[in-house]
Design a protein around this ligand. Structure first.
Ligand SMILES: [Zn+2]
Ligand SMILES: [Zn+2]
Length: 191
């Protein structure tokens, strides 16, 4: 299951994203009502929020059998980079994406809700892909290709290439249920 949590973001944005993510990953996607206080992750000098610190704040809300994706309007950074669109725990439970630099207004252009929705979806699928253990993909159309600018984000698709999807589908398979393991074990017992 995928759960979404908003950090200073409109509820409508989360609802749309949840529907699209459920279609792409073929799993249930719910919006959590919780609020997360991330004031501690703010760097006063940069006037940005440290994404790794936000992931740590999300950790207590996460469970092993789900993915928790936070969506925020705050501008994110990691110390070595000017900004990040998002960050994820590789093969972990938590991921985070920001709409801040996905908006056309950020680049001095008129707002475009459709384009923002599309960019947010790609970024969300990409970061969730990392939580399923995927690294960056060489296929420029695959959502797992790295994109450090909106221009790059706009040319790639919102879906996985077949190789990446195979990996995700495998990770989404439910673990074998304990009763069936027990049964197989019993079968090996001498009669
Ligand atoms: Zn990435
Ligand atoms: Zn790929």
């Amino acid at each position: 299951m995928i759960q979404l949590i908003g950090i200073q973001v409109a509820a409508g944005v989360l609802g749309d994203l949840a529907t699209s993510l459920a279609t792409i990953f073929h799993v249930e996607c719910r919006v959590r009502p919780d609020r997360l206080d991330v004031a501690i992750a703010r760097d006063r000098l940069r006037n940005q929020f440290y994404s790794t610190a936000i992931l740590q704040l999300m950790q207590p809300l996460a469970r092993e059998d789900m993915r928790l994706l936070a969506v925020t309007s705050l501008d994110l950074y990691v110390p070595v980079l000017t900004f990040v669109f998002g960050e994820a725990q590789l093969q972990g439970a938590c991921a985070l994406v920001s709409t801040h630099r996905l908006r056309e207004e950020f680049y001095g252009l008129p707002p475009r809700a459709d384009l923002l929705r599309e960019r947010l979806l790609k970024e969300a699928v990409h970061e969730l892909g990392h939580t399923f253990g995927l690294r960056h993909c060489d296929d420029w159309e695959c959502v797992m290709t790295s994109s450090h600018a909106v221009e790059r984000l706009d040319v790639k698709g919102a879906g996985f290439c077949s190789g990446c999807w195979q990996h995700v589908a495998q990770a989404l398979l439910p673990p074998p249920c304990p009763s069936s393991i027990g049964l197989r074990h019993n079968e090996r017992q001498p009669v």
